[in-house]
Design a protein around this ligand. Structure first.
Ligand SMILES: [Zn+2]
Length: 203
């Protein structure tokens, strides 16, 4: 019998992750060490950064976790244009020593996605389940419920009709193969057993 184990999703760990690009863009990876009373990382007690490493403490009296940085010269996409020859920082994963842009935190360690045993939701779904998830994302974004059998949500206030029409058309395209065939009732009433993230526009 196949051993059943619970899959841990990256999407569940987003609030417990550090992003090297965020630190870089905030100009925290400079010559002089900076210690940050990090509001972005409420799960950390302290965070110290400089050009060669990032130091993390989970509780005020625990040991420092040392994460080295590696700088690589490569192309960086900034908005529309590519900037060639930029130095970009990466974390070095403490377990596998490969480079990583994001590290995810366990109880008292940080690891890259592979060492942490995390998978993206999209890696675990089949083609129909992916369509289902995309359709639900659009419905949630428009203020609807995450069930396909529900009537399609109306245009929210403040959204352009053009944008709404485009989103509705896209959702219908995703839902079409789920509405026909043998499993149409299953898909109609299925609720997702995984986190559905929606992009909320920044104001
Ligand atoms: Zn690793």
């Amino acid at each position: 019998m196949r051993k059943k184990c619970k899959i841990r999703f990256v999407e569940d760990f987003l609030s417990r992750s550090i992003d090297v690009r965020e630190l870089h863009y905030a100009r925290l990876l400079g010559e002089h060490p900076v210690s940050i009373p990090s509001p972005h990382h409420p799960w950390l007690s302290s965070l110290e950064t400089d050009r060669i490493s990032v130091r993390i403490r989970f509780t005020p009296d625990s040991e420092w976790v040392y994460v080295p940085l590696r700088w690589i010269r490569s192309a960086l996409r900034q908005g529309r244009q590519m900037n060639w020859d930029r130095w970009r920082p990466y974390f070095v994963c403490p377990f596998c020593r490969r480079r990583a842009e994001k590290l995810y935190a366990g109880k008292d360690f940080v690891a890259c996605r592979k060492c942490g045993g995390l998978r993206y939701v999209s890696q675990t779904l089949g083609s129909n389940a992916k369509r289902h998830r995309q359709a639900l994302k659009i419905r949630l974004r428009l203020g609807g419920k995450p069930v396909i059998a529900d009537p399609f949500p109306k245009c929210p206030e403040g959204m352009q009709k053009r944008v709404y029409a485009r989103m509705k058309a896209r959702a219908e395209q995703y839902e079409l193969p789920l509405r026909v065939g043998r499993y149409r009732k299953y898909w109609a009433w299925r609720r997702p057993g995984y986190p559905v993230l929606i992009k909320i526009p920044r104001i």
